[in-house]
Ligand binder design. Structure first.
Ligand code: ADA
Length: 557
């Protein structure tokens, strides 16, 4: 299931989810293998690692499937991919349509004048590491899977079609405005706009089919975690329609606080990788839905989507359930050399444009992020942080920008962003259990000195625990150590009165890379407060106690 809203409700679609032919690529090739080469099928959406045959396969795989185009005359087709990991090349009837880099954003091709009948769609999927993939480093602490992660959609485009659109709320004084942009192919005089069925007016189109308008939407109910009121904005151009769900809310920074609708936020959350042992990152709706339930049971109101743009279905669920979200670019430990690489900046800007353009409608997203634990102590980093921050603000002036630093004492980029965030692991990577509270208090004092009076989020802290491993002693890797450490760290944060948000590392255990140079029993990162199968560890209950206490007024942060 792609989303909780059908973006193009009037279009005829040809479903493509199901079992596709699959074959590993034995040696590099530039066109799809012959039919005889394909001897197995794999589910789409899905990753090949979900099959025992390909659990450890790092390489290139070809997916392909036929589809039948009905009708009597050629039509224009829109072929859309939710996400392919890591990189994709797409072919229709053997003709190359194009390529996409990066496993976490959607992409599409419009193919004109496709004749009725049977056609062959093939996708070359590459999950190898290499200099052409600067955003995913070998050794990154999450496995780099291979496959077609999210649904593939095939739409028949009507003669007049809305090719792209956006509708973003903006508050001016006491008025709520809606800035609408639209691009239409084919001859349409104008586009009509409605909000929950209420007419707003029309969007005049220029000769090139593009148009924009700003509507005063009058009185609206605000979106908030307590009352996540969503509206459906719908544009119509002749027989075609485009729709999205939006929420009216403001996010701003004032002094040391992040404000939602003018009120300070206390962010109580976790870092969540999109991962499950049976599905890898290709999470079915039931797992996304279950994670939302567990987050609410935990008393969390915040998720950091570590460390990449997330599945829009999960963002839809966050919108519906009032879970606040930090979405970030696919960066992990970018080195000085990465930061000095033109391709790194190019790929980062490409992904930034896709992430913001595709996800800006989600009211749950309150922060844009980048550069997790990068070499932001190095002067070269300032150019990258500056360029990305400017691009974020240019595309979306309504949300603050941050990055998670693991070196605040020497970071030279903290002044460039709106919120200062820090990853720190007292009691795990730094110092003993008994030293942890003081080390964390010292870190918060340091952050206070370096943050220039801006809001501070502790974007990662935690410890690992092997499910079922317990001890009467306070030993690392036990559930009781993890639970007790998190309890003490959350108390320290609460007592500091200087932190406006926390994101514990991490929601659940996840499979990590095969070249993990650090202790990763079973090639997993075991710092989840839940197991990979979402079984609560002792830490879950400790966090639940702290977060729900915070809900009763005693802030966790
Ligand atoms: C870092 C990193 C996380 C994870 C964590 C850990 O903070 O940002 O992705 O690798 O360390 O578990 O060590």
């Amino acid at each position: 299931m792609a989303r909780l809203i059908t973006v193009h409700p009037n279009r005829q679609t040809i479903p493509l989810d199901g079992f596709w032919d699959f074959v590993r690529e034995a040696k590099p090739r530039r066109s799809p293998p012959a039919a005889a080469a394909f001897r197995e099928t794999l589910p789409v959406p899905g990753v090949w690692e979900s099959s025992f045959r390909h659990f450890n396969y790092r390489g290139v795989g070809w997916y392909r499937r036929e589809f039948v185009l009905p009708g009597a005359a050629p039509v224009d087709l829109r072929l859309a991919f939710g996400a392919v990991t890591h990189s994709a090349e797409v072919f229709l009837d053997g003709r190359r349509l194009g390529a996409h880099h990066g496993p976490h954003t959607a992409f599409e091709f419009v193919v004109p004048a496709v004749r009725p009948g049977t056609h062959m769609l093939a996708v070359r999927v590459d999950n190898t590491h290499g200099p052409d993939k600067p955003l995913h480093r070998p050794g990154q602490d999450i496995y780099l899977f291979g496959g077609i992660l999210q649904p593939v959609t095939l739409e028949i485009l009507p003669p007049v079609a809305i090719r792209s659109a956006s509708a973003l709320p903006r508050k001016v004084g006491s008025r709520w405005l809606l800035d609408v942009e639209v691009a239409v192919a084919g001859k349409a005089p104008s586009v009509t706009a409605t909000l929950d069925g209420r007419p707003l007016g029309s969007v005049p189109l220029r000769r090139n089919g593009n148009g924009s308008a700003t509507f005063d939407v009058g009185r609206v109910e605000l979106w908030s975690p307590e009352s996540p009121r969503l509206y459906t904005i719908r544009l119509e151009a002749g027989p075609d329609a485009w729709q999205e769900r939006i929420g009216f809310r403001t996010v701003s920074v004032r002094g040391k606080a992040i404000l939602l609708n003018g009120k300070p936020l206390w962010l109580k959350g976790v870092n969540r990788h999109e991962h499950h042992p049976d599905f890898g990152p290709a999470l079915p709706p039931t797992i996304h839905a279950r994670d939302i339930e567990i987050l609410k049971q935990m008393g969390a109101n915040f998720v950091r989507g570590s460390h990449y743009p997330n599945d829009p279905l999960f963002l839809d669920l966050c919108d519906e359930h009032g879970i606040l979200f930090w979405e970030e670019l696919s960066h992990w430990h970018a080195s000085e050399a990465d930061l000095g690489s033109p391709l790194f900046l190019q790929r980062s800007l490409e992904q930034l444009d896709e992430m913001v353009t595709q996800h800006a409608h989600h009211p749950s997203i309150i922060l844009w992020g980048m550069l997790n634990e990068a070499d932001t102590h190095a002067p070269v980093a300032r150019k990258v942080v500056g360029a990305l921050t400017r691009r974020f603000h240019q595309l979306d002036p309504t949300r603050p920008v941050t990055f998670a630093s693991d070196r605040p004492e020497r970071d030279c980029c903290l002044d460039l962003v709106d919120v200062v965030s820090c990853n720190t692991y007292p009691g795990w990577y730094v110092g003993s259990f008994d030293e942890a509270p003081n080390k964390l208090a010292e870190m918060i004092r340091l952050l206070n000195k370096r943050a220039g009076g801006k809001p501070i989020i502790l974007s990662e802290f935690g410890a690992a625990a092997i499910t079922g491993c317990r001890s009467s002693e306070n030993r690392k890797w036990t559930e009781n150590y993890q639970a007790d450490l998190l309890t003490r760290l959350l108390e320290t944060i609460r007592d500091s009165g200087r932190v406006c948000g926390v994101a514990i590392w991490q929601y659940c255990d996840v499979r990590t890379c095969e070249t993990a140079w650090y202790a990763r029993p079973r090639e997993y990162n075991n710092k989840g407060i839940l197991s990979d199968y979402r079984e609560p560890k002792l830490a879950f209950y400790a966090v639940q106690k702290a977060f729900t206490a915070a809900a009763r007024g005693a802030t966790v942060a």
